[in-house]
Write a protein that binds this ligand. Sequence first.
Ligand SMILES: Cc1cc2nc3c(=O)[nH]c(=O)nc-3n(C[C@H](O)[C@H](O)[C@H](O)COP(=O)(O)OP(=O)(O)OC[C@H]3O[C@@H](n4cnc5c(N)ncnc54)[C@H](O)[C@@H]3O)c2cc1C
Length: 500
Amino acid sequence: MQAYDAVVIGAGNGGLTAAATLAQKGLNVMLLERHNIPGGAATSFCRGRFEFEVALHQLSGLGTPEKPGLLRMELDKLGVMEDLEFVEISDLYNVVTPDGFRITLKTDRDETLAVLKDAFPHEKDAIQKYFDLMASYANDMIGAFIFRDPEPSRQKYPNLYKYALQNSKEILGQDFSDPVLKAVLSGFWGYSGVPPTRLAFAYMAMVLFQYMEFKPFHIKGGSQALSNAILNKFLSNGGTARFSCGAKKIIAQDGKIKGVVTDDDVEISTDYVVSNASPLSTYNHLMNPQQVPEDALVEMKSRNLSTSALTLFIGFDCEPDELGITESTNFLMDNTDISNGLLERMNRLDIDDELMVLSCYDVSDPEFSPPGTCQANVVTLKYGEPWLRIPPRQYHDVKFRCAESMLQRIEEIYPGARDHIEEIEVGTPLTHMRYLGHPLGAIYGYEMLTKDALFFQPSRYSPIQGLFFAGGWAGDNGFEPTLRSGISAAKSIIRRLGAG
Ligand SMILES: Cc1cc2nc3c(=O)[nH]c(=O)nc-3n(C[C@H](O)[C@H](O)[C@H](O)COP(=O)(O)OP(=O)(O)OC[C@H]3O[C@@H](n4cnc5c(N)ncnc54)[C@H](O)[C@@H]3O)c2cc1C
């Protein structure tokens, strides 16, 4: 029987950084991945002469060499920074509404404040107040959570405690009356998958603050380049990886990890497992649920699964400016009501006035696509459940009907874009189910509802001794948190092994 110090299940962001951190400490690690390439959502695929980015719209937490964010520091320690090139994106996002209203928020806070005050002069004071609150809230969060204050208190972090259980819409509602302004300021809800009525203000404050403070980035070569770099570091430090070979079973005995069985029935002996798969599949499919303490199963049932996504990957035969695309990140809003109907829209199959995010990487990185071309990744959020109910014979019709509706919206905003399409591919919630293996194709782990955020987040720890979680199911989602979660899970193992 093969024996390893640790087995990492899944080569998504969390699995890759966990594996690389363990191998860097000289531990003997096996990484198992079902797919044939590393990255999970952080991958690319090719159609024609385009290599399409699957997931990354804006990388957070990187910062610059002069003002590094936590992610840069962690990637630096892993030794992968020298293998990567990042491109700073100067726009935070552009909002386009049906009546032709357009506004671009920049990553520079003062510039954005000026743009907003100019566009919404009747809300000038409220805008300033909101940005001040956001900054002081984010600072409270950093003190209490990032620096792990051992004695956090209401006195030290007044805003954190005051607003901890408030959702984004409540805060926007208390400050603003203009519905368009509220919609503009809450655009980032799309990155969490939770509408503002259910999304913790903590999330909204941190995302805006982070992107302004540490700037959004794109990666040369896309997120696949990052995944490859981390994998290569893992391999060069002696790690072993198997692709197209998942974990079939986790062996536990008396509440302790004993080993893993691979898809091709190889039994591996180990005391430590990091699972980058969801707890649902880890506890229910990879393990015998009867071996899992009742508390963990109950905790799991109390949470909701996040949304999945419907994505168009479009390769155009021209430069972005020929299409009228002048910003990297564009929120196409056909409806600026942030209170009603967002959940219903995410639950229905058809596309009507859904929020769409269009990212055109070539705006900030003209070398991203072949010369004279560009690509756009257009996403709208959809829960997976309705897609599972589609009879197989109707799947393609539904998929292409939805894609057609999305294209119509793109054509309305960027007239003539259709005539320039050279390649197009459509990803649905079922695509995410297939490639990520997550239940209902959930792309953001558990839904980060106000009731489940901050103090009530899922944990990387498991009651099974030796089992840890890494990735989007073990806390916040997004590239930065998932990359960092793998490092944290690995450090827990390193401490236990005394290998630090
Ligand atoms: C369309 C889309 C857009 C996004 N945009 C952004 C963005 O702009 N900015 C941002 O920060 N984040 C974004 N995200 C979120 C981000 O991509 C994810 O949070 C992150 O990539 C999740 O990483 P993870 O570690 O949870 O692993 P995942 O990517 O979920 O990968 C899990 C891996 O585990 C493997 N696996 C599962 N079960 C097994 C098994 N039994 N055996 C072996 N392997 C297994 C899977 O094959 C997969 O490779 C986006 C996501 C999507 C899908």
